[in-house]
Design a protein around this ligand. Sequence first.
Ligand code: THU
Length: 132
Amino acid sequence: MEIDWKPLIQAARAASEHAYAPFSKFKVGAALLTTDGRIFTGCNVENRTYGLTICAERCAITAWVAAGSPGQLQALVVHADLSPPARPCGMCRETLAEFAKDLPILLINPDDEHEEVSLKEIFPQPFEWAGP
Ligand code: THU
């Protein structure tokens, strides 16, 4: 299915402006599209202990889960001021893999430089334990 990236890019960009990143000054925004057409956004939320920092991608996932996990994850946009565009960290890849076997991901920066990758491509071997 063809993804309409434009509203997702706008949402990720807007979310990045809400980032709480006084320590790194690196603002990240994420926008998740679900199969029922809804968009869930997230931004990075840093903490003075550093280790408690939440990335934008996981922030968007928790917003989707808190809304009842409607539909299925269909696409993700990550926006940050980096060239080449920033890729999700390992922890976010693992978290995305909890909820999607594969996912088209558009990485983009303020100059519209972008790269499309897939979750499978950037995280080919997730932890697959099914639980007890
Ligand atoms: N960050 C994200 O929001 N997503 C990532 O995938 C990588 C890193 C944030 C965390 C921290 O606030 C800042 O970027 C610098 O690492």
